[in-house]
Design a protein. Structure first.
Length: 422
């Protein structure tokens, strides 16, 4: 695969961007043949800087919910952009968007808008502390809530005081949650939870009903707030909060990524139980009130309410997962597909340094399908059954290539750290 343009861009970036690339979109921990740069996107497809076209099962790490460059969503964005976007005050669309979200999301009585998921989770932390006048928060070990100092997974430059007043528990482990609550004593401000366990590098896990219910009970008993971090899963599992089907409603929920189908918008939604805290804090940003992403979001939310996108995603996810497991079985691989079908994660059995996963993912890429070897993926409404079938055909051929290559696969040096932590 010719990666000449990609390599040239990387070389230029080495000079002017620290490390050549930063953050979650860096290919540093992906197979070497993965492209870093993309020049174009449409629907479910991406074009890399060397003209290669791939079916994109990452969906921009979530924001692409209805397809890249969706005509109606982008038309709403552009119309509002022409009218006014970043202004001296918000446009009326902000009120309409808050009303719409409050109507759609069961627990929500109010909304505050921001840009990235981390803005919303950090604001949730601050609101919870302001509301309860307490300091301690509980979150699950390994769960991602953003890259701000209180929760970034990489702690260079982070002070112990940035991480103070936090207790970690294990997701889905009621006893460890109870122990954390006991440790917090009378200082518990909030329990943070992801809709399901979607940590990188490990199998995903559905939330256990008993864990969700106990988190709610413990908050009620102690006067703490329950925060559901919907940034990644929001509206991909449900048209409401993801724990609604378990009968558990949070006090605060954080949204981002797909909320405006890739336009920059995130939100903190809250119940009246957290309104005073939300009124008390000062949180803002030059671009938080931009009207164009809000207009795009209204169109996204209309599609969420009025179309069968969710059922389509579930059906496509089921087709992908069942087709993959059939093909993996036939090829004789233990291949774990975990999490909801529309947000799956793939890991091979007996693959501590991901050498099988890397080889198979590279083989998929060579056949025009972009998969991720250790992060969950995302389906979008622009995908078709034919796209899924293309992925399945690519998978079958890639399993066959892996079968032939497996005995001689070299260790993946950049993944050696995993063997030490597993
Ligand atoms: N919470 C969760 C669950 C996420 O998945 C992410 C992003 N991957 C964030 C928060 C942070 O969002 P952002 O990168 O937009 O700040």
């Amino acid at each position: 695969m010719d990666r000449r343009n990609d390599r040239a861009l990387r070389a230029r970036a080495e000079v002017v961007i620290p490390g050549g690339m930063f953050g979650h979109q860096s290919t540093a921990l992906l197979p070497d043949d993965y492209p870093q740069y993309f020049v174009k996107a449409k629907g479910a497809h991406l074009w890399d800087a060397d003209g290669g076209k791939v079916l994109d099962l990452m969906c921009a790490y979530g924001p692409n919910l209805f397809g890249y460059g969706d005509e109606a969503i982008d038309a709403a964005f552009i119309a509002q952009l022409r009218q006014g976007d970043t202004l001296t005050g918000p446009a009326p669309v902000m009120v309409e968007l808050a009303e719409t979200l409050v109507d759609m999301v069961g627990h929500a009585d109010w909304a505050l808008f921001c840009k990235n998921g981390g803005d919303a989770t950090t604001m949730a932390l601050t609101v919870a502390r302001a509301q309860t006048r307490r300091k301690t928060v509980i979150r699950a070990r390994g769960a991602y809530h953003g890259s701000t100092p209180w929760c970034t997974p990489r702690t260079a430059g982070v002070l112990e005081s940035d991480r103070a007043h936090q207790i970690l528990c294990d997701y889905n482990d009621v006893a460890s949650l109870e122990a954390a609550v006991a440790e917090a004593g009378d200082d518990l401000a909030a329990i943070f939870a992801a809709p399901f366990r979607h940590d990188a590098f490990i199998d995903q896990a559905e939330p256990e009903a008993a864990y969700a219910a106990r988190a709610r009970e413990l908050c009620d008993r102690t006067g703490a707030l329950l925060v559901l971090d919907e940034v990644r899963a929001g509206f991909r599992l449900s048209r409401d909060c993801s724990w609604s089907h378990l009968g558990v409603e949070p006090d605060l929920s954080t949204w981002g990524k797909g909320l405006a189908n890739g336009h920059a918008l995130s939100a903190l939604l809250g119940s009246d139980s957290a309104r005073k805290g939300a009124e008390a804090i000062y949180a803002t940003g030059s671009f938080w009130y931009q009207a164009a992403p809000m207009a795009a979001s209204l169109e996204v939310l209309r599609r969420i309410r009025e179309t069968d996108y969710l059922e389509r995603l579930e059906t496509l996810g089921e087709r992908l997962a069942s087709g993959l497991s059939e093909r993996a079985d036939a090829a004789g691989f233990g291949f774990r597909i975990t999490g909801p079908g529309q947000m799956p994660l793939f890991l091979f059995d007996e693959d501590p340094d991901l050498r099988k996963g890397f080889f198979w993912s590279s083989a998929m890429l060579a056949k025009g399908v972009y998969v991720h070897p250790w992060h969950n993926m995302f389906l979008c409404d622009a995908m078709t059954e034919a796209d899924i079938d293309q992925a399945l055909d690519a998978a079958e051929a890639s399993f066959a290539e892996l079968r032939a290559a497996a005995p001689g696969l070299a260790p993946v040096a950049k993944m050696a750290f995993l063997s030490q932590t597993r």
